[in-house]
Design a protein around this ligand. Structure first.
Ligand code: PEP
Ligand code: MG
Length: 557
């Protein structure tokens, strides 16, 4: 048996034979084409075939996020400039596969040089190149294997096209050698409920068919396990899924202290099962890949779809969070050396105020047409003045419940003052970690700094929660940290009033809260706050939890 360590990216245990992603096609030696026109036709045919295949995958993708990523890839494939550049390469002596490879290598260099979100899209471009070359060579599309039985998928990294087509019934778990905890592989695995480990060095040395197990919470992968282990791990997982499917009802601690468990969504399609409400409706999907902003009617329809699905329940709509890792072409934002520190989130309203006011008007119109309890919040608020201006604008549009996200340390430090204007706060721990630790959230190599158990992040969360308690106003958390069942205890103990996460993560968090009293959560939070490192914070919280539950020491009941 061999133990490998990666980063847990999607919780749960899984075991089975491993199979790797079908390799990309090997580029044959260049042969100067005798008929350049035939090569140009081959490029066009490859584009048509690949775009059709990706569109089919997008249409059948189970998740809205996956579908959007695939449609973005279709747009890249159909980009006229790609075909024009391939024609020029063919006129220069390349055959179709080499022309495609050369042109996409140029695009790749531009994406890499841009850094941030675009650099993360490099794997989408590589995937597109492999698909187009395979189509030119008449080879099958590279990608997910189909051994005819459930298995663990291993890969260097996964392209969105691969992840979107994953069937949770067949792919029991996945392990990648590269990628980070905020890469699309990790986010989609979490959305699909497939246990996953990323950045697992050595996984590609494990032979196809070998039995392995993975723990998507701790990031531990064991290669060479027995058939009995495979049966036990998968039976445990199944029992856990079945037990959680039966769990329902609002989030509460063992002694009935309410902590609302809300869903993070990008569109109405993401609302699965019974949810207490939506704690983060990311509205960027509506604006992606467009040259013009969506019309009032289009926006109203999209918001109404979501509100109508949740009558009487809370829906927190986040206004457009453009820029940095979410570039939106229609805004024509200037190139910046540090986009994450530039004009993004609410700051876009400085340059394009009408985009925000048009969105607020559309949210208000959709809210008026349904019975949902609509709350609105702005991303990337840094100052009290920004909070005051935003909440005032919401009220002018007839939106009575207006809040702000805490994603910038400056805002966390002034949480009490923000509360003089805002009706609620919602902490976006993904960005708050990035800005507190000056560590790009897209950078897998800095994952240790982006760990929500970092005591400095917990301290900022504590002061936001305390500001909420003092003001008698709600303070929620809607970053990825809210989905960690152990960290949820810390958050509840600090006084956070709601946790918002991918709907599939809710049952595990509900279960964790239900097993502890609010006083136990407070002691767990204190233990984590006092720890000198994330490892110590985790251990202290786990120790406090065990001690409290098994009466091994201090009892708080
Ligand atoms: C966050 O930053 O934690 C957050 C929820 O927003 P996003 O991940 O969309 O930036
Ligand atoms: Mg954010």
């Amino acid at each position: 048996m061999r133990e490998l360590r990666g980063i847990g990216a999607s919780p749960g245990g899984a075991a089975g034979p491993v199979y790797r992603l079908a390799p990309p096609p090997a580029l044959p030696p260049l042969v100067e084409p005798v008929d350049p026109e035939a090569e140009k036709t081959a490029v066009r045919a490859a584009v048509l075939a690949v775009a059709a295949d990706l569109t089919r995958r997008a249409d059948t993708a189970l998740e809205a996020t996956a579908a959007e990523v695939l449609r973005a890839q279709v747009m890249m494939a159909q980009d006229e400039t790609l075909i024009d550049a391939a024609d020029i390469a063919i006129d220069g002596g390349a055959d179709a596969p080499h022309a495609i490879t050369d042109v996409l290598a140029g695009h790749r260099a531009v994406f890499e040089a841009a850094g941030g979100y675009l650099a993360e899209r490099v794997s989408d471009l590589d995937d597109l190149r492999d698909r187009l070359v395979a189509a030119c060579l008449g080879q099958p599309m590279p990608g997910v294997p189909d051994p005819g039985h459930p298995y663990l998928l291993i890969a260097r990294d996964l392209a969105p096209a691969d992840t979107a087509g994953l069937e949770p019934a067949m792919v029991l778990g996945l392990v990648t050698a590269e990628g980070g905890p905020t890469s699309h592989t990790a986010i989609l695995a979490r959305t699909l409920g497939i246990p996953a480990v990323v950045r697992c060095a050595g996984i590609l040395d494990v032979a196809d068919g070998a039995l392995a197990s993975l723990d998507g919470a701790s990031g531990v992968v064991v290669a060479g396990v027995s058939a009995e282990t495979v049966t036990t791990v998968n039976a445990d997982r199944l029992a856990e899924i079945e037990r959680r499917a039966r769990s329902h009802g609002p989030g509460r601690t063992a002694d009935g202290h309410p902590v609302a468990l809300l869903a993070n969504i990008g569109s109405a399609r993401d609302i699965t099962g019974e949810v207490e409400g939506v704690g983060l409706f990311r509205t960027e999907l509506l604006y992606l890949d467009r040259v013009d902003p969506p019309s009032h009617e289009e926006q109203v329809a999209a918001y109404r779809d979501v509100f109508a699905a949740l009558p009487g329940r809370k829906v927190v709509v986040r206004t457009l969070d453009a820029g940095a890792d979410k570039p939106l072409p229609f805004l024509r934002l200037a190139d910046e050396p540090n986009p994450a520190l530039g004009v993004r989130g609410l700051r876009v309203a400085r340059q394009a105020p009408s985009v925000l006011t048009a969105q607020l008007a559309a949210i208000a119109a959709a809210a008026a047409a349904t019975d949902a309890d609509v709350w609105v919040m702005a991303p990337m608020v840094a100052t009290v003045a920004e909070a005051a201006a935003f909440t005032e604008s919401c009220r002018e549009h007839g939106l009575p419940t207006a809040g702000v996200m805490i994603e910038v340390p400056a805002a966390a430090l002034r949480a009490s003052q923000l509360m003089c204007h805002a009706d609620f706060l919602s902490v976006g721990t993904n960005d708050l970690s990035q800005y507190t630790f000056a560590a790009d959230r897209m950078c897998g190599d800095l994952a240790d700094l982006l760990d929500p158990w970092q005591p400095a992040l917990i301290a900022l969360l504590a002061s936001c929660a305390a500001a909420g308690v003092e003001a008698g106003k709600p303070v929620g958390v809607c970053g990825e940290s809210a989905a960690d069942p152990s960290f949820a205890l810390v958050l509840a103990g600090l006084g956070i009033t709601s946790l918002s996460m991918a709907p599939r993560s809710i049952p595990a968090v509900r279960e964790s809260l239900a097993a502890h009293t609010v006083n136990e959560c407070r002691q767990i939070a204190e233990a984590a706050l006092a720890a000198p490192s994330p490892e110590a914070a985790r251990a202290a919280a786990a120790g406090a939890s065990r001690q409290l539950r098994f009466g091994d020491g201090v009892s708080v009941r």
